[in-house]
Design a binder for this molecule. Structure first.
Ligand code: ADP
Ligand code: ASP
Ligand code: MG
Length: 416
């Protein structure tokens, strides 16, 4: 069972969490619980690191001290949940990443889990103790604390579930399932009873917050049955939530399942790059070396013959670094000018039905055109179409697309 930040935001919320854990324990289940930091705590800790000042290496996610600071939020909430469980008369203990140990690589700030030694924690659970695990953190080679990137407690939970061969992994959050779009954006959003790993993965990777991308990858790879549920439902009357499963296990499938916005995008355009082999490589190798993730890429002909324009998007938090870095390489790469635009957002429509149905892109482009929304950039996968548009139009675009694909009207398929 994993509980996110809002679910453990106060002692009152932690007591509600304890009531849910207790329900499962009383039903005879062995339980491991993974918790996030109390809501807002990780942001506060990240902010403190930034305030240390420039050129604060703390701003560089690879600084191990950043991890040492931000991992503390989860340590506190794990301890508190264990205390509350003990007060209710249960045997419970907290586990920090290094105590398990949950091992990671050395990419501090966005580390990946490399191994989980389940022997001690497994033994403790077998002995009837409830394990309360601090999410988001592990220990890298060399013994330093490493954190898994924002939203990483989801990944801790799925990885632990796989390691201890759990029957299932329930992700408790502040919404009662995965919706056709972010329920905070429109009342028309509907809960999806079942969604495929593939769609959930695509959804997470285009920026929906519900689950960290890596957690869905792991669930898919290790066949961990995953559910998203609300910790705000009464413990004795939990809602059905959303089941994330193989595509084959979903009887009725919509062509488009979700519309997902991502406001955390910024566009960079490099104007007049010599149109010859190796120039794009030069740009993207430099960005990769600086650990800057790139999303949508478009190359188009420049007005000047023999030159091309290259645009890409990146996270808003990385755009400053990207610009500084590219400006420093101007001579080497040989471009003329550099532009950036933070006022952009990406809107994606996702659905496995796209593989076998024509016209999904046409509907998307026509809907946006009819509303006068200009598309700056397009990218696609087998089951996804993303467009980059002006950020001011993004919420509106989500609503009109949600309607255009019938997501607000159509009765979602019933759970099987
Ligand atoms: P937690 O703190 O429990 O990890 P998150 O804030 O990471 O929770 O994720 C839950 C949030 O994800 C919800 O509050 C909701 O606003 C957002 N969200 C975005 N897209 C969706 C969607 N399609 N379905 C459900 N929730 C979504
Ligand atoms: N507390 C961490 C964060 O806010 C990890 C998580 O909540 O999953 O990103
Ligand atoms: Mg989360």
């Amino acid at each position: 069972m994993k509980f996110g930040g809002t679910s453990v935001a106060s002692l009152e919320r932690i007591r509600a969490v304890a009531a849910i854990v207790r329900r499962e324990a009383d039903a005879g289940h062995s339980v491991a619980v993974v918790v996030s930091a109390m809501a807002g705590e990780t942001n506060r800790l990240v902010e403190l690191c930034s305030e240390v000042g420039d050129p604060a290496p703390a701003l560089d996610a690879r600084n191990v001290e950043y991890d040492a600071v931000v991992a503390t939020g989860e340590q506190a909430s794990a301890g508190l949940v264990a205390l509350v469980m003990q007060n209710l008369g249960y045997r419970a203990r907290s586990w920090q990443g290094w105590q398990i140990p949950l091992k990671t690589d050395r990419a501090h700030g966005k580390a990946r889990i490399t191994d989980i030694d389940q022997s001690d924690i497994g033994e403790s659970i077998d002995n009837g103790e409830i394990a309360i695990v601090a999410g988001f953190q592990g220990v890298a080679d060399g013994g330093r604390i490493a954190t898994l990137g924002r939203g990483g407690s989801d990944t801790s939970a799925v990885a632990l579930a796989a390691a201890i061969k759990a029957e299932r992994c329930d992700i408790y959050t502040d919404v009662d399932g995965v919706y056709t779009t972010d329920p905070r954006l429109t009342k028309q959003a509907r809960r999806i009873p079942k969604i495929s790993y593939e769609e959930m993965l695509e959804m997470a990777s285009v920026g929906a917050k519900v689950l960290q991308t890596r957690s869905v990858e792991l669930a898919m790879a290790y066949h961990v049955p995953l559910r998203v549920l609300s910790s705000f439902d009464p413990p004795d009357a939990p809602g059905p939530g959303t089941i994330i499963c193989d595509e084959e296990d979903i009887v009725e499938q919509n062509i488009v399942t979700t519309v997902t916005p991502d406001f955390d995008e910024a566009a960079v355009t490099i104007l007049a790059v010599p149109d010859e082999p190796g120039r794009a490589a030069g740009i993207f190798i430099a960005l990769a070396d600086a650990n800057i993730n790139i999303d949508m890429i478009v190359q188009s002909a420049s007005r000047e013959p023999g030159f091309a324009n290259i645009s890409f998007t990146t996270k808003e938090g990385d755009v400053e670094r990207a610009i500084t870095l590219l400006a420093g390489e101007q001579e080497k790469i040989g471009f003329k000018t550099l532009q950036s635009d933070r006022n952009v957002a990406k809107v994606s429509v996702i659905g496995v039905g796209m593989k076998s149905h024509a016209g999904v892109a046409a509907t998307m482009f026509k809907t946006l055109a009819d509303k006068g929304i200009n598309i700056q950039n397009i990218s696609t996968s087998e089951i996804k179409i993303s467009v980059l548009i002006n950020a001011d139009a993004a919420e509106y675009a989500v609503r009109v697309l949600h309607e255009a694909y019938g997501l607000d009207k159509k009765q979602q398929p019933a759970p099987v």
